[in-house]
Write a protein that binds this ligand. Sequence first.
Ligand SMILES: Cc1ncc(COP(=O)(O)O)c(C=O)c1O
Length: 380
Amino acid sequence: MIYADYNGSAPICKDVREYLIKRLSEGPFANPNAIHYMGSKVLMAMENARSVCAKVLGADFKQVIFNSGATEGLSQAFHSVLHKNPKKEIIISGIEHSAVVNCAKYYQQDFGCTVKIVKTQANGIIDLEDFKAQLTDDTAVVCIMAANNETGVIQPYQEVSRICNDNQVPYICDTTQFIGKTLFNFKTSGADYAVMSGHKIGAMTGTGILLAKDPTTLKPIIIGGGQERGYRGGTQNYLGYETLAVALNYFEKHLDNIEAINSKRISFEKELKKRFPDVVIIGEDSPRLASTTYVSYPGIHGQAVQIELESQDIFVTTSSACSDNEPVTSKVLKSMNVTDDIGRGVVRISIGLCSDPAMYDTILDALTKTYEKLAKIKSY
Ligand SMILES: Cc1ncc(COP(=O)(O)O)c(C=O)c1O
């Protein structure tokens, strides 16, 4: 079996599995906010996890707020910035995840904000000139991702940070797909807020981190009993947060694998294009995450390819939404001006930093069989 949907969710990584087996059998278990001995032991382990996460992410200990994941982090960052803010403009890009798009829409519908969308170039990278042109004195917040979940294309987030800092506009950087796949340093990113989800990096699902340059700017969205220094109420999921530290350490230990995965992915894509000259690799010439390929064979539905690969025990995904059983081009691809014949055909192959690069050989064989079969009965 080959699982190639890491951008959707990564399996629990080896070190986390081993850690949890030991941790669950040995304890300790207690409320980390309790002042008895057991509580303080749990608290120490959780705060140690916070230090490890801070170190790997290039942040200060106090800038790390544990939560349930990126969606929550993004929601809290938006809330913190827009709460009682007289400025009313929100700038996002056309390739943002729905966790960002729907936040922006919420503030548009219920708080009278205006949402401006930055254009995307055909190569999948946001248009920085358009971004600069959209900033005004009324811009309250900018939210632009570091790497796209569909295409894997890396965005000029440091440049966006610099422009935001120059204009004194808060910048929320959606680093959900970036962290755990390539090096990220919160300090040098220049962003005011960044987010991550544990399930994208091999930690437990339902865990995550909101990084805040100045945590005093945070407003809680879960009020509760003052946990996380008042920034996020509710008894902490300390076991889950410990797994974040283990997974981030695991990632750091395996950073050297990036190069091997990257070069194997590039030769996989080259060979695929050689065998099928009609094949299109989305964002081919742009800087991309080492482990993501978004590929289309125009005329062959992505869903058909996905099902065919699944029958060969290979799990990939297609992100084109389906309406009335008619696959449509995703919003991300539309914003890159990708035509429907290409957009309907995409499948996303995303593996992990610790996956065996040789799995690209198996995927290549399976995809070759699949395309040869489906090309005979092209569906559109
Ligand atoms: C770029 C991006 N942002 C935000 C999210 C939301 O993450 P979660 O569902 O883990 O909260 C995702 C999830 O796929 C994502 O890819």
